[in-house]
Design a protein around this ligand. Structure first.
Ligand SMILES: [Zn+2]
Length: 376
């Protein structure tokens, strides 16, 4: 009898070890970086630590892609992956890095702004760790991370987090890159990343910064251009342009009392025109059903459909869903409209990017046709 209990115990222990081995291996695989294949327009490939050496060899360091035309013009910063669970943001940044060439001015692209956030996923959410995009030669896989920095890299959270601008927030926000600006050289890892991005803005002489996000369909700031007051005219003209192209965007002024965000501190601390774009992503909303790769890529969810019928959402959500290709198309259209608007308002700061995939084609044919094809 006693032996039987020991055997059961050993068997359970063995099964736990096997399960732990496989789930541990899966979890650790998130630390392998995705690869980007920049086009021939790339003029320099740097790392964030080149602007703030204390970041070197930390989980906060990340890749920086520079496309410099050498022709007089303005300087643009595009950020994806401030929130690694908002795929349209970083996929747009990756798509741009793999396609564009600067014809005037300079573009600096950081696709994985919070690199640490890509190395884990949110506990108890059941989110897939990766999703794929079909390319002509096969699938390309991309990591999906968490909204915040990995606690393995920054721990513990304070009970109340006071950010570099003195705003008091819930403890977990200590790991939210979009609350950490203008950063702190001696701060936590997330604040150091924000500090490095501010250093890059100054070193590269950035005039315009665009931070690419997504939000849940039940969140009021959605399909939106959030703008710093430095960029109010810029955003208003861009909105009209977008409307003419059939993309509805609402304008949201950056609230002056909400501190630590890109659209506030980039403008206040570095004086640049700062905007943030939001598209609707069901896969990180609270009302979603099962989070799957298909929900991320196809964006169909019957619970969101139902919520939309009940009038609970801030965007229309039909049975066709809101696919990633549409969300990326919206971001691309947003970037183009903002650049056109900049050209109109500040001709000296014109930034001309060639080869940006057309939003209409991305929307109809998908992202995979424009990305670097999957390696065999
Ligand atoms: Zn976000």
């Amino acid at each position: 009898m006693k032996n039987k209990h020991i055997m059961t115990g050993l068997l359970l222990l063995g099964l736990t070890l096997v399960a732990g081995f496989f789930s541990g291996r899966e979890f650790l695989s998130l630390r392998r970086n995705d690869e980007i294949f920049p086009g021939s327009g790339l003029t320099a490939r740097k790392r964030l630590s080149d602007y703030f050496p204390a970041l070197k060899d930390t989980a906060g360091d990340t890749e920086v892609f520079i496309f410099d035309s050498a022709a007089q013009g303005g300087n643009l910063l595009i950020l994806g992956g401030t929130h690694p669970n908002e795929p349209a943001g970083f996929m747009t940044a990756i798509l741009l890095a793999e396609t564009i060439r600067a014809a005037r001015g300079k573009a600096v692209i950081i696709p994985w702004a919070n690199a640490s956030g890509f190395t884990h996923s949110d506990p108890q959410e059941g989110s897939p760790q990766r999703f794929f995009i079909e390319t002509p030669t096969g699938r390309r896989w991309f990591r999906l991370g968490s909204r915040v920095t990995n606690p393995v890299h920054q721990w513990p959270d304070p009970t109340i987090y006071t950010n570099p601008m003195g705003q008091k927030l819930a403890g977990i926000e200590a790991r939210n890159l979009n609350r950490a600006y203008p950063g702190k050289a001696t701060g936590n890892l997330t604040e150091k990343v924000a500090f490095a991005i501010m250093a890059l803005i100054r070193k590269e002489g950035i005039d315009l910064g665009i931070d690419l996000h997504e939000s849940a369909p039940e969140y009021p700031v959605i399909n939106a251009i959030v703008f710093h007051e430095n960029a109010s005219e810029l955003a208003a003209i861009a909105q009209m342009e977008l409307q003419a192209e059939g993309f509805e965007f609402r304008l949201e002024a950056s609230p002056p009392n909400l501190r630590g965000l890109t659209h506030r501190e980039w403008g206040d601390a570095a004086g640049i025109k700062a905007v943030l774009l939001e598209t609707p992503n069901a896969s990180h909303g609270r009302l979603k059903g099962r989070p799957t790769v298909s929900l991320i890529v196809d964006g169909k969810d019957k619970y969101y459909e139902r919520a939309s019928r009940l009038g609970r959402l801030f965007v229309p959500y039909g049975p066709e869903g809101i696919p990633l290709k549409l969300r990326v198309a919206r971001h691309l259209a947003g970037v183009q409209a903002i650049l056109a608007s900049l050209h109109e308002l500040e001709p000296d700061e014109t930034i001309e990017l060639a080869n940006i995939p057309s939003p209409a084609e991305v929307q109809s044919k998908g992202i995979g046709l424009f990305l670097h094809p999957a390696l065999k």
